[in-house]
Design a protein. Structure first.
Length: 101
């Protein structure tokens, strides 16, 4: 049985304009939170909120260096998200509705 609560976290990561912008910025490599703050023109608390969701999804990983955190896209998390979407949207052939038998 799938862990639908964990799977929902993956999709939640993609359901916000700010998080999509963050992912776009991280495509070119790891970024310090200070750089993300400058590029996005959002507050520290707003960035922290979005980064928590992205990290909880497994798509983004963070590492602390001094007072700043550096974030990057997790290859493993990214691959999991791709496979999850493919699995959940793949059509299965079945015998039709059981109520018609």
């Amino acid at each position: 049985m799938r862990d639908h609560a964990a799977d929902a976290k993956v999709f939640k990561a993609f359901c916000d304009v700010n998080r999509l912008q963050i992912l776009e910025l991280l495509r070119s490599g790891e970024k310090c939170s200070c750089v993300l703050l400058e590029d996005l023109q959002i507050s520290q608390s707003t960035l922290s909120y979005h980064m928590k969701i992205l990290c909880d999804s497994g798509i983004v990983v963070g590492r602390t260096e001094g007072k700043w955190t550096h974030y990057g896209i997790s290859q493993q998390g990214s691959q999991y998200a791709k496979e999850l979407l493919q699995t959940l949207t793949a059509q299965e052939i079945n015998g039709g509705c059981a109520c018609q038998k």
